[in-house]
Design a protein around this ligand. Structure first.
Ligand code: MGD
Ligand code: MGD
Ligand code: SF4
Ligand code: MO
Length: 651
């Protein structure tokens, strides 16, 4: 790929009020930085004597339904095609001289990558939207501004037409130090009748829909009813490994479970600064064992919330959480607001099961009894079906919440004619709608947690809801992503006192987002071993973190081949919770739901593999831990499950 350092340096020298990793700090005052937005500036780039027009852009990333559909097929061209797209406004394309399907080179401070153009009028000119995945993250820096959450929604860079070839996700990972994708064996099909299983719970997003009907035939799922396309594809995916694999030079060899577990225990037991990351894709039972491993090896255990809704939790820690169950919203809400959240593409059944297109006890006429409002920087698919869409400037949320609070307190006259791109009259209308609601529900997405302001945005949203509760009943629910990311916060808080980013290096739990969180630990090059379970950093962390994962000992525990497999020394396949084993997950409203086992592939579960690792670490590494314990007093992480105390079963 062509590199253009001189041109890039020139470009960054010219950006006014630029937001580079060094010059932002967390908190409200970020909002006062010049928001360079909606002003595409046209310049010329000279590469090898040839002139190319290029433009500088505000770059943001997030979910698309196609990207969600391919989450369990990440090694396929279809996934790379989707994550390699960039959505650009047709006016900008005119200026660039580009059209649908052309290749654009997007450059940021962190790198450059080739994307294929999709024109989109949902965006404001000067903005580029990238589906989340390895392509977007190859050009994202790893600075979290002390919060643990990177700037997934807030990059800036330049665009130029290019002839360079687009890379696949796997090629990006190989460039970051990974190795080639392993072979996936063809699934074995037994003879057998087609059996429908009812009331199945979907182990994909925080909606945890529990009304699926799954048809199993010959030990394979053949059809899924009631689920959305993302949920169905997880059940139908055959991208499963059946025995552990280990990296041997540039290729893979198959090894036994016993050997793989022994290796994992040795690596973790001997590491100085081990990090155990993920956990939102596995059961709460497995999470508890993971916490005990972290305590045993004095490692850091972090979960996906640090890069996701962690800032929501920080906001809640500051001012509390006025929440309720989704059932209450379904039965009572007449005003529903999605703010910085696009459920049609990220929680596809949320509106039809819980909030809008569903009848409730006191809402007989479904959506006719409710007003749906969307606040977003793009006219998303959710915005298109809303009663009202309010477009906000990126990073303008804190100011908009403050303005609404001022209006509710009777100070509308003090506001300027426009706040964060929203006319004052629209804000007055919204405040009025909320105050006159019988029951209002505000759902907040990662448009708030991954943009400037981070946890302060959520704090201000909660304080707005608090204000509204002086007039009516109003609640707030973060749109939690994975099916059990909420569970990670429950188990971590229950056992250690902290919701994520828990560091046991001192022998007692210590938590400091921005220091003990995965992007910071990998980005600083601090971790010397990593266990990845129920997450896929290869697809979802900034490139710099993956480069570090490729350098250190990395163990992956995952039922599926993931992009993180590329960095694994050993990948241990397991039964998938909700498909071939049971487990507990917490829905986004903190309701625990038991997931069912609907088929048997004969694989060990996460719980069994982790218990065996814990057992071996205690056997092998105990003398070392005891040496260290003499230096510092130890404190146990909460109550230890009986199963953990007893000797672990052999896998
Ligand atoms: N298809 C699909 N669905 C998924 C996932 C997936 O990978 N694919 N992952 C799951 C996970 S982990 C999560 S956390 C959820 C996330 O679900 P969502 O919260 O819906 O996630 P995003 O689409 O990333 O971002 C939401 C919206 O924030 C908007 N936004 C960006 N910047 C700003 C801003 O400054 N202010 C405001 N108000 N809005 C802004 C974006 O335009 C976007 O529409 O989805 C879950 N569901
Ligand atoms: N550019 C960009 N990047 C982003 C974001 C963005 O908006 N933009 N969003 C960020 C956010 S909010 C998040 S949460 C992350 C996504 O976070 P990730 O956790 O990386 O998301 P997934 O790819 O869904 O990974 C889930 C993994 O769990 C595995 N899994 C599924 N079931 C089981 C099970 O039963 N047991 C075990 N052990 N594993 C299982 C799956 O195979 C998969 O590899 O991405 C982040 N990255
Ligand atoms: S909305 Fe979420 S939980 Fe429900 S079927 Fe779709 S992916 Fe599964
Ligand atoms: Mo997430």
């Amino acid at each position: 790929m062509s590199r253009t350092p001189t041109a890039k340096a020139r470009f960054y020298d010219n950006v006014p009020g630029k937001l580079t990793p060094g010059n932002t700090t967390p908190g409200v005052h970020e909002l006062h930085l010049t928001i360079w937005y909606c002003k595409s500036i046209f310049e010329t780039l000279i590469i090898a004597g040839q002139e190319y027009p290029f433009m500088r852009f505000f770059i943001t990333s997030g979910r698309t339904i196609m990207q969600g559909r391919e989450l369990y097929h990440k090694d396929t061209p279809a996934y790379s095609r989707e994550t390699g797209r960039c959505f650009v406004h047709p006016f900008d394309l005119l200026e660039l001289g580009a059209k649908e399907g052309d290749s654009l080179l997007i450059s940021t401070v962190a790198g450059e990558e080739v994307f294929s153009v999709t024109p989109s009028e949902d965006l404001v000119p000067g903005t580029v939207f990238l589906p989340c995945g390895p392509h977007a993250n190859a050009i994202l820096h790893a600075d979290t501004h002390g919060t643990g959450a990177p700037d997934y929604k807030w990059m800036e860079g330049s665009l130029a037409l290019t002839d360079a070839r687009q890379r696949s996700g796997w090629e990006i990972l190989i460039d970051q130090g990974g190795i080639a994708c392993p072979q996936v064996p063809a699934p074995k099909r037994d003879e057998g009748d087609s059996v429908p299983v009812h009331d199945v719970v979907c182990p994909l997003c925080g909606c945890l829909c529990d009304d699926l009907v799954v048809r199993v035939e010959g030990g394979v799922v053949t059809a899924v009813d009631n689920a959305c396309v993302m949920g169905s594809e997880k059940f139908l995916s055959q991208n499963r490994l059946i025995s552990p694999i280990s990296r041997s030079g540039g290729s893979w060899v198959t090894i036994g479970f016993r050997e793989a577990i022994r290796y994992a225990a040795e690596v973790l037991g001997n590491a100085e600064r081990p990090v155990l990351f993920g956990w939102s894709g596995t059961s709460s039972e497995a999470q508890c064992i993971g916490i005990h491993i972290a305590e045993e090896i004095r490692g850091v255990i972090d979960n996906c919330s640090s890069i996701c809704h962690g800032p929501s939790i920080m906001g809640i820690q500051e001012v509390g959480h006025p929440g309720c169950s989704l059932g209450v919203v379904k039965n009572r809400a007449d005003v529903v607001i999605y703010w910085g959240s696009n459920p049609i593409e990220s929680h596809p059944r949320h509106l039809s099961r819980y909030t809008t297109f569903v009848n409730g006890r006191y809402r007989d006429n479904g959506h006719l009894d409710r007003t749906l409002v969307v606040v977003d920087i793009r006219k998303t698919d959710t915005a298109k079906i809303a009663d009202e869409f309010i477009r906000i400037k990126p990073g303008g949320d804190y100011a908009a919440f403050s303005a609404l609070r001022a209006i509710i307190r009777g100070h509308a006259d003090t506001l300027p004619p426009e706040v964060a791109g929203i006319p004052r009259e629209r804000l007055v209308w919204l405040a009025d709608l909320c105050m006159n609601a019988r029951f209002g529900a505000l759902f907040t997405g990662i448009g708030l947690t991954q943009s400037p302001g981070r946890y302060k945005n959520v704090r201000n949203a909660i304080e707005l809801v608090d204000e509204l509760n002086r007039h009516t009943k109003f609640v707030l629910t973060p749109m939690r992503g994975h099916w059990n990311v909420n569970g990670t916060n429950q188990t971590f808080s229950y056992l250690t006192g902290f919701p994520y980013g828990v560091d046991f290096a001192r022998g007692v739990p210590y938590y400091n987002p921005g220091e003990t969180t995965v992007i910071d630990l990998l980005g600083r090059g601090e971790a010397d071993a990593c266990l990845i379970i129920g997450a896929d950093p290869g697809a979802h962390l900034p490139g710099k973190c993956n480069e570090h994962l490729a350098r250190i000992s990395t163990i992956v525990i995952d039922p599926f081949v993931s992009l993180s497999t590329a960095f694994a020394d050993v990948h241990i396949p397991v039964a998938c919770v909700g498909i071939d084993c049971e487990g507990t997950g917490y829905r986004m409203d903190s309701i625990p739901i038991r997931l069912r086992k609907i088929l048997d592939l004969g694989l060990p579960t996460d719980e069994e593999v982790l218990l065996e690792i814990l057992h071996r670490i205690r056997e092998v590494a105990r003398p070392r831990a005891a040496d260290r314990a003499e230096l510092q007093p130890r404190m146990s992480a909460g109550g230890m499950p009986q199963a953990v105390r007893s000797s672990a079963p052999s896998v």
